[in-house]
Ligand binder design. Structure first.
Ligand SMILES: Cc1ncc(COP(=O)(O)O)c(C=O)c1O
Length: 359
């Protein structure tokens, strides 16, 4: 069997070792004679899986004691709505740092519930950069929301702003890719389908004191406290996705935890950005250099025809997922944790060869 080198933006590549383990255990998990998918979510066997995933996450991200780790559904998109529903009172405004389409979607949902302020934005240059907010102070309003990595445009916050109000981050496309201090955030959320596991699971890391600010009028299923009290077992959780998350997290530990993963991610991104920068303009990066993402490398070729040819030939060489998002076009290589340095070198070799044949 030859595996395809997978540069999909999400759902995306999963660690091969995690997939092999899941395959091995698929029909008979831990001598239960059943698949994890067939276990009751109230069984001790599943409970061990659930607890292991929580404890690995706490360990890898060094999550402080006063935080809850929740396993929810509805994707990051449900969080766009659930956050303002709970934490945006009528008499306050939420502040947003606008860095791309996902920030726009988060903002649009918050507008349904209350007042919003665009504290900074890079929309003026089609989200090619991360705005400089070092001169801004965030001390008023319900919360400050940002998107840590902009999957579509290929930009990433290098340093996070300090805020005196609750800081909330959509980390869907770069959680667990680098070290950061969870203690600076009040709520972090991430759809699993990039760095964590399969789609269908959303991880929320929430400071416990946020629960006291929750909207008492919110439907029970949409309250964070409902899920916190029930240890994310209020209703049936996506058990198989949580099981795969635990395998992915085990794999991450074997890679040297966040430190090892971050070092590898820096090396991987450098291979591709170096290739773009040394191409003498054959490839042009979309993101401004100081804002480049280590997860989504966005670039363009000189015209649509050449772009199509590039993507087609890459496919013939078993490299998939290189088309840019439909809203921006061009190319994008998503190089999440499970994409190896060798995968990036393979792509860079192909890019160099393609350039020689087509310039
Ligand atoms: C940064 C970011 N936020 C939110 C989403 C939406 O996630 P979901 O499809 O899980 O709702 C995505 C999906 O690609 C994303 O990249």
């Amino acid at each position: 069997m030859e595996r395809t080198t997978n540069f999909n933006a999400g759902p995306a590549a999963l660690p091969f070792e995690a997939l092999v383990k899941a395959q091995k255990e698929l029909l008979d998990f831990n001598q239960t004679g059943m698949s994890v998918m067939e276990l009751s979510h109230r069984s001790p066997e599943y409970d061990a899986v659930h607890e292991k995933a929580i404890s690995l996450l706490k360990d890898l991200l060094q999550i402080p004691e006063d935080y809850e780790v929740l396993f929810l559904q509805g994707g990051a998109s449900l969080q766009f709505a659930m956050i303002p529903l709970n934490f945006l009172p009528q008499d306050q405004a939420a502040q947003f740092l606008m860095t791309g389409s996902w920030s726009e979607k988060a903002l649009a949902e918050a507008k349904v519930y209350g007042n919003t302020i665009e504290a900074a934005s890079s929309a003026d240059e089609k989200y090619k950069y991360i705005p400089d907010v070092s001169n801004l102070t965030f001390n008023e309003g319900a919360y400050l929301h940002l998107t840590s990595n902009n999957t579509i445009f290929g930009t990433q916050w290098k340093e996070f702003p300090q805020a005196q109000i609750p800081l909330i981050a959509d980390m869907s496309s770069d959680i667990l890719s680098r070290k950061f201090d969870v203690g600076n955030f009040d709520l972090i959320y991430a759809g699993a389908q990039k760095n964590l596991g399969p789609s269908g699971l959303t991880v929320v890391i929430l400071k416990k004191d946020m629960l006291e600010k929750e909207n008492p009028q919110a439907p029970k299923i949409l309250k964070y406290s409902t899920h916190a009290k029930a240890n994310s077992l209020y209703n049936t959780p996506p058990t198989f996705a949580i099981y795969l998350l635990s395998l992915v997290l085990e794999w991450m530990k074997e890679q040297g935890g966040l430190e090892g993963i971050e070092k590898r991610n820096n090396e991987k991104a450098a291979v591709l950005y170096d290739c773009i920068d040394s191409s003498k303009g054959f490839y042009t990066g979309y993101a401004r250099n100081d804002s480049r993402s280590n997860m989504n490398v966005t670039f363009n070729l000189s015209n649509d025809e050449l772009t199509k040819k590039f993507i087609q030939q890459a496919k013939e060489n078993r490299m998939s997922g290189l088309g840019g998002h439909r809203s921006v076009g061009g190319c994008r290589a998503s190089i999440y944790n499970a994409v190896s340095l060798q995968d990036c070198e393979k792509l860079a070799d192909f890019m160099n060869k393609f350039q020689k044949e087509n310039e």
